[in-house]
Design a protein around this ligand. Structure first.
Ligand code: ADP
Ligand code: MG
Length: 254
């Protein structure tokens, strides 16, 4: 996916400006930045939910506007920050929703769709939750079911908006490990927004740091996650050293 000089505003103020970015095949791209820096807006543009006001966005050199929504959904899946269901769907039904872009109009899901949905639950270790209502699951379990729904879509690209925000350490790690495995084994490219800078450093191949709707820095984790960049972008004093196990940068707030 390629973004060329993307700009967007909701009201008068620009929420994104001059964004040049690419998501490469098979990579995990981490998107960092403080609250309100434009991360979710960027992800929504990458998901085609909102159209850029300036610039162009394309997959395989095909502009988004030339790709039909149903075809697009077979390429790109989103795990949004908030997922509200008014109806008490089961985990299996939520995963099965991922098959929707593959169905023809008024067509019901078939055995193959069920198989794909159940395999997606299996890959995210939520198969045992298949019959449980989505409302009754823990945050970690829910997040894994939403990733299963994205997987059932069989996309080439998965976008995730703060997938680990409400999770404890173990579940944060598990989600990052799951994303890493999916990327490696299913050749899916991932762009994820996170406030977990250390885990982003550890699991992402490349990182982009946003400030006021613009790219402040972009590159491998050890080039982007530096004291200078973090203090400038997050306006918070920190030290950065190296995680002795992963060799990736590690941030401590002073
Ligand atoms: P982040 O995800 O980094 O916290 P957002 O992309 O949500 O940032 O927001 C970027 C900017 O756009 C903020 O200034 C925010 O107030 C504004 N914004 C986001 N969504 C809307 C909206 N629906 N209507 C108006 N302004 C919005
Ligand atoms: Mg956001």
């Amino acid at each position: 996916m390629r973004l060329d000089n993307i700009g967007f505003h909701y009201g008068k103020e620009w929420s994104l400006m001059g964004i040049d970015l690419s998501l490469r095949s098979g990579e995990i791209l981490g998107i960092l930045g403080p609250n309100g820096s434009g991360k979710s807006t960027l992800l929504k543009i990458m998901d085609g939910i909102i159209n850029p006001i300036e610039g162009e966005i394309s997959i395989d050199n095909r502009p988004f506007r030339d790709i039909k929504r149903s075809e697009f959904a077979r390429q790109v899946a989103m795990v949004a920050q908030e997922n509200h269901f008014r109806f008490s769907f089961t985990a299996a039904e939520v995963a099965l929703m991922g098959r929707y872009p593959h169905l023809r109009r008024l067509q019901f899901e078939g055995i193959r769709d069920m198989e794909i949905a159940f395999n997606a639950l299996k890959s995210t270790q939520t198969l045992h939750l298949a019959d449980r209502s989505i409302h009754d699951l823990s945050e970690g379990e829910k997040q894994r079911v939403f990733i299963a729904r994205a997987l059932a879509q069989e996309p080439r690209i998965i976008l995730l908006d703060e997938p680990t925000s409400f999770l404890d350490l173990k579940f944060k790690r598990e989600i990052f490990m799951l994303i890493s495995t999916l990327c490696r084994e299913k050749d899916i490219s991932v762009a994820l927004v996170s406030h977990d800078i250390d885990l982003t450093a550890q699991y992402c191949h490349r990182v982009v740091m946003l400030k006021n709707g613009q790219v402040h820095a972009e590159g491998p984790p050890d080039e982007v996650i530096t004291v200078a960049n973090i203090e400038k972008v997050y306006e918070c004093p920190v030290t950065v050293d190296m995680n002795p196990t992963s060799g990736r940068p590690r941030v401590s707030i002073i």
